[in-house]
Ligand binder design. Structure first.
Ligand code: WQD
Length: 327
């Protein structure tokens, strides 16, 4: 199938392109390189530098490539930033996504795989969280993801666009063969922040609270390897093509790791120390977020295989070493 990957130069996007190519798809990437890396681009996938806010360039790309499938990962994803600058998220995540949906129906795209998020759920009311969990996003980023899921339901009903909204939990790790090594600039997520500490790129980090009702008091999250996420995207296209039915599904591991467990494992693997200071909780942070991925197994046949904490940290460390950090 011809698949256009929007945001395909990004961290999750490039791993998804790799997996779609390995599954024999004909892939083209459309990315504005605002956060993605040209070095993440794979030679066997066509690349067009463009913005989903540029409707003319978007239309020209779609008319030229004529994809049957689309993966949409072109969005801003910093929850904290979305509360300070909602306009940026409205424009890029909502207007940009609507531009993309209209560009898809204009050229008859049949399958749309959407990068959604556990942030659509908001604070956990029960754990592990399944797809029936209430969706009350606590940050504007999570709201933009839920809003696009609503639009997708209408475009399915009115235009027959079949979609899979994949609700990622906490993405981490890198390709085990080192084929993708682009590092996030100024990361806010835990694993890259810890890696910057052991790599000597940052003197210390803050641990946002150690008074949660968790085993060691620090926040627990469901960290999922980006290669497992990518495999889920490939399976989603197979599902949409075979079943011709849309789907909303969690991609997570159903087990959690705490902040201190991540720090300790990083110190063990790298032999370096992480200097950290325990500070106040970060607003909006729940104590624990863990996925129930049962529906993904039942529908897609998907389950995480690369997401043990050691592999997540080891492959991330290898990516930092590949960028010149001295072992
Ligand atoms: C993880 C844990 C922090 C940084 C966010 C988005 C979510 C998804 C993943 C896109 C928490 C703690 C972190 C630090 C810390 N993004 N932490 N010090 O908040 O679970 O989820 O990213 O889909 O939508 O909301 O991820 O990596 O920011 O935090 O103590 O410097 O690490 O408190 O417990 P989060 P995170």
């Amino acid at each position: 199938m011809k698949i256009a990957v929007f945001g395909g130069a990004g961290y999750i996007g490039s791993h998804t392109v790799l997996q779609l190519l390995e599954r024999g798809h004909d892939v083209a990437v459309y990315d504005n390189l605002s956060s993605g890396h040209r070095s993440n681009l794979l030679p066997t996938a066509e690349f067009v530098e463009g913005d989903i806010l540029d409707t003319q360039a978007l239309q020209a790309f779609m008319e030229d490539f004529q994809p049957q499938g689309v993966v949409h990962l072109a969005a801003f994803k910093a929850a904290g930033e979305s509360m300070l600058h909602p306009e940026k998220y409205s424009t890029n995540n909502i207007t940009g996504s609507l531009n993309l949906l209209n560009a898809c129906t204009a050229v008859g795209v049949k399958y749309f795989v959407f990068s959604s998020s556990a942030a659509t759920y908001g604070a956990p009311q029960y754990l592990p969280m399944d797809e029936k969990h209430p969706t009350n996003p606590e940050n504007y980023y999570g709201y933009t993801k839920l809003a696009i899921e609503d639009y997708l339901r209408w475009y399915d009903q009115l235009k027959g666009l079949k979609y899979a909204a994949l609700r990622y939990f906490n993405a981490a790790g890198y390709d085990a063969q080192g084929r993708i090594t682009g590092l996030e600039k100024n990361p806010a997520n835990l694993l890259p922040v810890v890696m910057e500490c052991v790599a000597g790129m940052r003197k210390s980090m803050q641990v946002f609270g150690d008074d949660y009702a968790t085993p060691d008091g620090t926040g627990v999250r469901d960290y999922i390897h980006v290669s497992d996420l990518a495999i889920g995207h490939g399976m989603a296209f197979d599902y949409l093509e075979q079943k011709q039915e849309s789907l909303v599904v969690n991609l997570g591991v159903n087990s959690g790791a705490s902040v201190l467990e991540v720090i300790k494992m990083a110190e063990e693997i790298t032999g370096r120390q992480v200097n950290y200071e325990i500070v106040e909780r970060r607003a909006g942070d729940p104590a624990e977020v863990v996925a129930d991925p049962k529906l993904a197994l039942e529908t897609l046949g998907w389950q995480a295989e690369h997401s043990n904490l050691r592999n997540l940290i080891l492959t991330t460390w290898e990516a930092y070493l590949a960028n010149g950090v001295v072992r």
